[in-house]
Write a new protein. Structure first.
Length: 248
């Protein structure tokens, strides 16, 4: 497949998946890989919406990790949506993965409310006008709440999900209170959380959350996920997620 300037084709290192990335714009990180693994137990024949799909990495991985029926990747930036479409074609997943180039607040012109089995999202982590503001618009939209807020994402997710539908999110640990409050406010009950630590004795920097629409109250804290061992190599669980053998 022909690639454009500043692009490269990377190996996702899972069941032969490849991904085109634009090195000048935004490349996916380990957070997307962790989220795809966290959501791997979604039910067979599920219909999934990936809010803020970017290059499509989460949707690509879920197509191989699960027996889902269909994934809709929602992406507001036209050139990024086109990149995701090319990645779908590259991996021959056109029948299972479709990209919708829309603002999430306009998604109901394409998808019916209360029909979706699962929503997954790796949203912008930073509030608008906080932290270091990137001058590259693609990176700025990916990292800051420029085009949509955390509240927008959770409200739309609640409207998309059927009764009992599941919501999976990866986010920064510092936003945990905001996330929990907004989920319950929008009738998506938090059910599981997993704290992600770079190393064993460091504080968590990421969280993985599972919530269920209209569920009863019951909350479980899963065991921590550690990325690196003390020697700087991946832990066994990260190697499993990446489908790699033990590092030597």
């Amino acid at each position: 497949m022909k690639i454009n300037e500043n692009e490269r084709i990377d190996d996702l290192e899972y069941k032969g998946l490849k991904i085109i990335q634009n090195a000048k714009d935004f490349c996916f990180g380990i957070d997307s890989v962790l989220l795809s693994d966290y959501a791997k137990n979604i039910k067979e024949k599920a219909t999934v919406v990936d809010i803020g799909t970017g290059s499509g990495v989460i949707g690509l991985l879920l197509c191989k990790k699960t027996k889902l029926n269909k994934t809709y990747g929602v992406e507001i930036q036209k050139h990024v949506a086109e990149l995701a479409k090319r990645n779908i074609k590259l991996n021959k997943l056109e029948t299972k993965f479709e990209v919708i180039n829309k603002d999430i607040k306009d998604i109901f012109t394409h998808l019916e409310p209360n029909k979706i089995d699962v929503v997954v999202t790796n949203p912008p982590y930073k509030k608008a006008n906080t932290g270091i503001i990137n001058h590259n618009k693609t990176q700025r939209v990916a990292r800051h709440e420029v085009e949509c807020t955390l509240e927008d994402i959770i409200k739309v997710s609640s409207k998309l999900l059927k009764h009992g539908g599941e919501f999976y999110m990866v986010h920064r640990a510092e936003r945990l209170v905001d996330i929990m409050c907004l989920l319950r406010e929008n009738k998506i009950e938090p059910k599981n959380i997993r704290f992600v630590h770079t190393r064993q004795n460091e504080k968590p920097n990421l969280i993985l959350i599972r919530a269920v629409k209209n569920a009863k109250e019951f909350f479980k804290i899963d065991k921590p996920l550690i990325i690196y061992k003390e020697d700087g190599k991946y832990t066994d669980e990260i190697l499993r997620i990446y489908d790699k053998k033990e590092q030597k």
